[in-house]
Design a protein around this ligand. Structure first.
Ligand code: NPQ
Ligand code: MG
Length: 369
């Protein structure tokens, strides 16, 4: 394909409730969207970066800048763009995986729409629906937490994930376990602990958790190996896993026995599939993480989560978990599952009126020189 035009939109979407993690509290989701027009076909990609560089070093305005200055010019200058060729096209830019993933998603969307195939078909999906979990933020108090969890259980979610941090861990886990009985439960620390907490974290073993996600800083694979050796609860890496090579290394060193795959964090859906394939070859189960995506990113994540190695429910929640109104047709839970879209491309249509209504700035329009 030849890319004719790239538009960057930044929008703000109110969250149905504040979402608090060990690194911060969100009340609104700022979202960067890339819209490519290629041979008359539209493609949309969503950037998973947040407003501030707290989950990772990337953030919305930084992604927009690196796209505008470096990635989009490379894309617009190329004579024949394919999703498979983007890795080579973007090789001159180190890192900035979330920015690269945004354009990759848009190109994949355009490519699959032009070919008349779905995202699921393109990536290798083998299921027509996926099992869904939900990520529950840190609450002001235990009663509020229990009420929120109870609502998700009622809604049909098949797995609960609690955000934890020092001072908000054993007791919330104990109380939620008591509330939900044998429903699968896991925790996510978003790097809030240090090796000094190993003995404390061992107390989680009592609650039959599926896994503990990213207890330590992303660079410290060795610390995760130490924890994995002294705790029964499986250790699962999120922030640390930024490529297939790092995933294989972390698995071989014993730092992670389950892997959270987020396409944005690893540079795109094709790298996500590559990590899936590598984990499958090593018999390591994977699951699809979530980054408070709108329907655009959610549709693609649901397609990815339908690949055979995605053995655990993902953070692929319903639209209503985060938004009163989604940017696309809403994803609605059916018996704890979401259907994999079957239409061409991502299979969802973006509501252009909402992109306009929720715009935080004028769109940036980039064209071939
Ligand atoms: C995680 N997501 O698994 C992330 C963390 C996270 C669903 O728990 C803005 C941008 C807000 C990215 C909040 C879930 C975010 C964000 C949380 C990522 O670690
Ligand atoms: Mg996580």
């Amino acid at each position: 394909m030849r890319i004719e035009r790239i538009e960057l939109h930044t929008i703000g979407m109110p969250l149905v409730r504040p979402f608090e993690t060990s690194f911060g509290r969100q009340t609104e989701r700022e979202v960067l969207l890339a819209h490519v027009v290629a041979d008359g076909v539209d493609g949309w990609g969503e950037c998973v970066a947040g407003t501030t560089p707290d989950y990772s070093s990337e953030y919305v305005a930084g992604c927009a800048a690196v796209i505008e200055r470096f990635l989009a010019p490379a894309l617009l200058a190329a004579l024949d763009v394919t999703a498979d060729g983007l890795d080579a096209l973007f090789r001159g830019v180190i890192g900035h995986r979330m920015a690269k993933a945004t354009l990759e998603a848009a190109v994949l969307d355009a490519e699959t729409r032009a070919a008349g195939i779905s995202f699921g078909e393109r990536l290798g999906a083998v299921r027509d629906r996926v099992e869904c979990g939900v990520s529950v933020g840190i609450s002001p108090d235990l009663d509020t937490l229990l009420a929120e969890v109870d609502g998700y259980v009622e809604a049909g979610y098949r797995r609960i994930k609690l955000k934890i941090k020092p001072g908000w861990d054993i007791e919330p886990v104990a109380r939620v376990r008591e509330l939900i009985g044998t429903l699968p439960l896991q925790v996510d620390a978003n790097t809030a602990y240090t090796l000094d907490h190993v003995e404390h974290l061992r107390r989680l073993d009592e609650y039959g958790l599926l896994l503990i996600e990213q207890p330590f800083v992303e660079e410290d694979i060795a610390a995760h190996v130490l924890l994995a050796d002294s705790i029964d609860t499986p250790v699962c890496l999120d922030e640390s896993i930024t490529s297939t090579g790092i995933a294989i290394d972390a698995i071989e060193r014993g730092a992670t026995s389950i892997v959270n795959i987020k396409p944005g964090r690893v540079g795109g859906y094709l790298e996500a599939v590559s990590i899936h394939d590598a984990c499958r070859a090593l018999d390591v189960p994977v699951w699809c993480g979530g980054m408070l995506e709108t329907g655009v990113g959610r549709a693609m994540n649901v397609a990815l989560a339908a690949l055979p190695g995605f053995a655990l429910p993902g953070d692929t929640s319903a639209s209503s978990r985060y938004f009163a109104e989604d940017l696309t047709e809403p994803f609605v839970l059916d018996d704890g599952y979401l259907d994999v879209p079957t239409g061409p491309g991502s299979g969802v249509e973006i509501r252009r009126d909402l992109v306009e209504r929720w715009a935080l700035a004028e769109p940036r329009v980039l064209v071939r020189p």
